[in-house]
Design a protein around this ligand. Structure first.
Ligand code: GLU
Length: 301
């Protein structure tokens, strides 16, 4: 079982802050604009495919007909799926995974439409055909598989807790008795904290950044979701926020797909399996600076 681990420490957090700031001011990580090539340093991490061999995928046929891709993403999760409010630039590991998939299917950055979709609305957006695929901290679960399919997993993390930097009273989910914990509607961490633990109260919002505002305002005591998400918020404000305790679940991130599109699932899984170097470069660029440790997982067949 491989999970991401978060290293804490001011040194790392400071490095992460500089890196995140760098991303927002137009580092090579952006990958948006020009030619659909993603660069890691000076080298292109991928090129837009010119010959695509993908038969029998209704999703791909739709993309070709439209001459473009519509991907569902998050916009408030630094390091994973983030949109700079001023420039509109989208950055992060998940966003680049979405770009890499689009490029492998022959679509460059100018042909990608990004739609921000919160956790609670993901399955419906896929079922409705509003998006072609979804990449945004989306855990593979049996319940979700009733409605959609997943490619991947492409990343594994675990549920954790975010608290104020000066709060030593919470060191794990068992310390939430009598405390108010915040999470997101329709997420696996909200479900788990209610089902398996005994918080004083569990309040829900549409997005994790809303929970962060509540925590900073003192109206909740903790936030619970995947550590990879929480680490992104700590990296931005290491003097204000910290991760408390150890991860207590396994969250396996998949690419949300239309149910039954086996051809697309196999195509993306092959991309991940053959693309270890790209995966590593994206991980090093977006997640390692926040102190996250992980290995590329094997995909599920
Ligand atoms: N990975 C969890 C989930 O899919 C939490 C993160 C999120 O809400 O996107 O529910």
């Amino acid at each position: 079982m491989r999970k991401s681990r978060i290293l804490t420490g001011l040194g790392l957090a400071a490095v992460a802050m500089i890196t995140l700031a760098g991303c927002n001011s137009g580092s090579p990580s952006a990958g948006s604009g020009g030619g659909g090539e993603q660069t890691g340093g000076d080298e292109a991490l991928w090129e837009v495919a010119t010959e695509v061999d993908l038969e029998g995928s209704p999703t791909y046929d739709r993309m070709v007909e439209r001459d473009g891709v519509i991907v569902g993403v998050k916009n408030d999760q630094p390091g994973l799926g983030y949109e700079d409010a001023a420039s509109g630039e989208r950055t992060g590991f998940d966003v680049d995974i979405a770009r890499w998939i689009a490029a492998s299917l022959g679509f460059d950055e100018d042909q990608i439409d990004y739609v921000t979709i919160p956790s609670a609305n993901r399955e419906q957006a896929i079922v409705n055909g509003d998006i072609d695929y979804y990449v945004g901290t989306y855990s593979i679960t049996d319940a979700r598989k009733q409605q959609i399919d997943f490619a991947g997993p492409y990343f594994i993390t675990g549920q954790g807790l975010l608290v104020a930097a000066d709060d030593d009273s919470i060191n794990g989910p068992d310390d939430l008795e009598g405390k108010i914990v915040c999470s997101v509607t329709g997420s696996t961490p909200l479900q788990r904290i209610r089902d398996e633990y005994n918080p004083g109260d569990a309040v829900e919002y549409d997005t994790y950044s809303q929970c962060v505002e509540q925590l900073k305002a003192g109206s909740v005591d903790a936030i619970t979701t995947d550590e990879a998400i929480l680490a992104g918020y700590v990296a931005l404000e290491p003097d204000v926020l910290k991760i408390a305790g150890e991860p207590f679940s396994e969250e396996r991130y998949g690419v949300g797909l239309e149910k039954g599109d086996r051809a697309m699932k196999d195509y993306i899984n092959a991309l991940f399996t053959d693309g270890g170097d790209v995966w590593t470069a994206l991980f090093e660029q977006h997640l390692a600076p926040a102190g996250i440790e992980a290995e590329q997982p094997d995909v599920e067949q």
